[in-house]
Write a protein that binds this ligand. Structure first.
Ligand code: HEM
Length: 474
């Protein structure tokens, strides 16, 4: 520590009593595994998103009112355009560094959502949702939903032809809500689409409401990680329930995270320069009633778009009180069921296997047949729906009629996931049986026995009661 910094720290410590708590934080042990960096990648891309987003708001015009573009892009010079589209054109072609910041922001948005999804998969497959982390897991599900909303509203702000099509679909989705659909759509969109209010409202969602919710939720999320200690993979010969194998926050973990954020900054900037991101000047402004070909949303919305494309056009009345339509079931009920299933899964696993006590060591999903089946079933379903979002492209490339392509996806989505789930359930049950293992119900029992961490020899009887809370692993 430099003399000046030491002097500053001493005088702050005299007044604020920092030494003890900061030493406690600095000495906090973090287990090491590459997959534990996924949460940090999501976190650091969020930092880049906020930093570049602030720059973009300086030039963005949240309005659809007509404006004449005058600038270096000859294709549009002198053309009357919606204000939002015009401002993005000007930002991209007439503001120094504007296109670079826009592209870094776009790249960071993809990385943020991709890292959050991979982080969630890591949590789900390894069982990091087990007690005491259920609350943090549910908070995480809330976070990923907010990330999707941030992505969708951000994708809509340029008001280009693709964005407009996406907003139109979102509007119809809200309208499809039985009984209250028209009112909800009115509240969110400020009237019948296309309204002049949609872009100013999406702007407020994207730069204020949603980021505030995300930053608040991530702060609580990280506080809980700090408070509950981080899980770890089993280390041979170490009681992972009582002790943590890892490195201290300062300087080791800090150095690793600092390197990671620099790498992320560098890679995002490189991608902004070398990746040919979609150029809105080629898409053109959104003109209500016009839809371009190959109108796919961003990849993280593919599964919802795919569900809307393949779901049969049904509509039925419920006791004459309300009408339920295909778009409502495909675009709202189905994603709702997937998220509800993900939210309830930790409690189901605990109930089905009679799990007891706290779990701090990660488990192999193949040692927990139910988890292997549910996660593979769910994600193969989401992946198949995502593939269905490209049905028009696949039909054109394969020469198979779009109707047949839709039917292929309908059958695949209905049969594929359950068959895969049943197959992996059978495989992992057989695998346990062939090794004479059963699913462990108690971590301390599991730690002290042979076999995978999630499973123990079938003959072993669990200890009477859960021992006192962990002491050595502070
Ligand atoms: C905006 C997105 C998110 C950010 C920025 C974020 C950030 C983090 C960070 C930095 C960690 C510690 C390092 C690590 O384990 O990766 C972490 C841990 C954790 N996160 Fe997230 N996370 C996000 C979304 C999620 C989601 C979607 C879930 C689950 C559905 C989730 C559940 C958890 C849990 C349970 C832990 C504790 C992990 C453990 O102790 O092993 N997080 N998160």
């Amino acid at each position: 520590m430099t003399p000046l910094f030491a002097l500053l720290f001493d005088s702050l410590d005299e007044r604020l009593k920092l030494r003890h708590p900061s030493r406690k934080v600095a000495n906090k042990v973090f287990p090491h595994n590459w997959s534990f960096l996924l949460g940090e990648v999501a976190l650091f891309s969020l930092v880049v998103l906020v930093a570049t987003g602030v720059f973009l708001t300086m030039f963005y015009r949240p309005s659809t009112a007509p404006v004449v573009y005058h600038g270096s892009l000859e294709l549009y010079d002198g053309t009357t355009l919606p204000g939002a589209f015009e401002s993005i054109l000007r930002l991209s072609h007439d503001v120094p560094g504007g296109l670079l910041f826009r592209r870094i922001h776009r790249a960071a948005s993809h990385l943020f959502i991709a890292a959050s999804v991979l982080h969630m998969l890591r949590i789900l497959f390894t069982g990091a949702f087990r007690r005491p982390r259920e609350v943090n897991y549910l908070l995480g599900l809330g976070l990923i939903t907010l990330a999707f909303v941030a992505g969708f509203t951000g994708y809509s702000l340029p008001y280009d032809s693709l964005a407009g099509t996406g907003i139109r679909i979102a509007y119809s989705e809200l309208l499809s809500f039985p009984v209250v659909g028209d009112r909800v759509a009115f509240w969110v969109f400020g009237g019948d689409f296309p309204t002049g209010d949609v872009i100013p409202r999406f702007f407020v969602f994207h730069v204020m409401i949603v980021p505030a919710l995300i930053i608040g939720a991530v702060s609580v999320h990280l506080l809980l990680v700090g408070r509950q200690r981080h899980t770890q993979f089993p280390t041979h010969g170490v009681d992972g329930h009582a002790f943590i194998v890892g490195k201290p926050l300062w300087p080791a973990q800090f150095a690793e995270s600092a390197t990671l954020i620099l790498w992320i900054g560098g890679l995002l900037t490189a991608s902004a320069v070398f990746v040919p991101w979609s150029d809105i000047s080629l898409l053109g402004p959104y003109v209500p009633g016009e839809v371009g070909n190959n109108a796919q949303p961003d990849w993280f919305m593919f599964w919802i778009d795919g569900a809307l494309r393949i779901f049969p056009p049904l509509e039925f009345s419920v006791l004459g009180l309300m009408t339920v339509s295909g778009p409502f079931v495909a675009g709202i009920v189905l994603p709702g069921m997937v998220f509800t299933g993900l939210a309830l899964y930790p409690f189901l696993e605990r109930k089905v296997y009679g799990l007891r006590g706290e779990w701090h060591v990660l488990t192999n999903p193949l040692d927990i047949p139910l988890r292997a089946a549910v996660s593979l079933g769910t994600f193969s379903f989401v992946l198949l729906l995502s593939a269905a979002a490209t049905s028009d492209i696949l039909s054109r490339l394969s020469g198979i009629s779009i109707e047949d392509v839709i039917w292929i996806f309908r059958v695949a989505c209905l049969l594929g996931p359950p068959v895969l789930a049943a197959g992996i359930y059978r495989y992992s049950t057989k695998r346990l049986r062939s090794r004479g293992l059963v699913v462990a119900t108690d971590e301390q029992q599991a730690t002290s026995q042979a076999g995978g961490h999630g499973a123990v020899p079938a003959a072993v009887t669990p200890p009477a009661r859960d021992p006192s809370p962990v002491s050595g692993g502070e």
